[in-house]
Design a protein around this ligand. Structure first.
Ligand SMILES: Nc1ncnc2c1ncn2[C@@H]1O[C@H](COP(=O)(O)OP(=O)(O)OP(=O)(O)O)[C@@H](O)[C@H]1O
Ligand SMILES: [Mg+2]
Length: 320
């Protein structure tokens, strides 16, 4: 039914009911009007308005639901759709809702494609920077270390001591550059796979933050493609950084388990929990990465009882 006929029909029901009452009820209106008659008429009008309001609210409720979804819809949580009121009937409201659902399908697709492009470009850029850091800065620092070592061997005290000190500072900086390169391009992921990469990430993390990290990796995990492994690794990386920055936690558990056709990465801390419902670039980035591989990200957190992040990543089907 079109919106016009829906509203017209609802008003006709109310007016018809009022007219029937006037026709069959023993009501008379004197001139000038008596107080009791005025009270009855005003009461009748109030009943009519309430009935009209209730019927209109019921009739327009699909539009209310549509407005609510329009204001709250988030393309990073796909699948939010309105049910079409009556599949059999056409009508403007049904058409509006179907069009809106179709628009969400299209926007979600476009969003997924464009964020995939951005994330892939970001990974390529990280690889390039890591390569340059490794090949240019790393090599130069190694050369400086060697020169300093030779100079220290030939020098007398106190210059020798100072040269050793410079050597030490250079060595620390070189370690820092290597760490940076590992964070930018988890080479271990390519060489040794996800479990080794996560083990090395959590070990580094535990050393730097002093948190107690427990690892629980299921032994029978299915093989994942490189993209899925990279997404799992990046989500673990951001979750660990968040736990260190915001959680004020003592323990942390990182797990990889099997689920129906999927692998689940879980990161749980015993910190203060996410206090306000505010998602920054970090959490939104995790959601985008999850969408990239057709997975889903769940965050369960309550103030005072820690945070649990789980990423369910579908296992890619084997190519025939
Ligand atoms: N493990 C956690 N424990 C407590 N609060 C958290 C945790 N993870 C996230 N938060 C809260 O959620 C907010 C959003 O996190 P998000 O990673 O999106 O942004 P951010 O870490 O503040 O900035 P960045 O963009 O650098 O990641 C944080 O500011 C913090 O308040
Ligand atoms: Mg963050």
């Amino acid at each position: 039914m079109s919106l016009f006929w829906r509203i017209f029909g609802l008003n006709a029901v109310v007016l018809g009911f009022a007219t029937a009452l006037l026709l069959w009820a023993p009501v008379t209106v004197s001139v000038p009007v008596l107080l009791t008659e005025a009270v009855i008429l005003v009461g009748g009008m109030a009943v009519m308005l309430v009935a009209n309001g209730a019927l209109l609210r019921w009739g327009l409720s699909p539009l209310d639901r549509l407005t609510k979804l329009m204001t709250t819809v988030d393309l990073l949580r796909p699948g939010q759709r309105l049910s079409v009121p009556r599949p059999s009937g056409g009508g403007e409201v049904t058409e509006l809702i179907s069009t809106f659902n179709a628009m969400l399908d299209r926007l979600e697709n476009e969003r997924a494609t464009s964020s995939a492009r951005v994330l892939l470009a970001q990974e390529a850029e990280r690889r390039r920077i890591a390569q340059e850091l490794h090949d240019e800065v790393g090599q130069s620092m190694t050369a400086i270390l060697l020169v300093l070592g030779r100079a220290a061997d030939d020098a007398d005290e106190p210059l020798r001591g100072e040269l050793h000190q410079a050597q030490e500072i250079t060595r620390e900086s070189l370690d820092e550059v290597r760490r940076l390169v590992r964070r930018l391009r988890p080479g271990v992921l390519d060489d040794l796979g996800l479990i080794s990469a996560l083990t090395s990430l959590t070990q580094d993390f535990a050393t730097h933050t002093g948190l107690r990290v427990t690892r629980r990796f299921a032994p029978d995990l299915p093989a994942l493609d490189h993209e899925t492994e990279l997404v799992l690794y990046r989500v673990a990386q951001e979750s660990l950084t968040n736990a260190a920055r915001h959680a004020d936690a003592e323990r942390l558990e990182v797990s990889l388990s099997r689920a129906e056709g999927a692998v689940v990465l879980g990161i749980r801390d015993d910190g203060r929990g996410i206090e306000a419902a505010c998602e920054g670039a970090g959490i939104r980035g995790m959601r985008e990465r999850a969408l990239l591989i057709g997975g889903s990200l769940d965050i369960v957190s309550a103030p005072g009882s820690g945070t649990r992040i789980s990423l369910t990543a579908p296992v890619p089907r084997k190519q025939p």
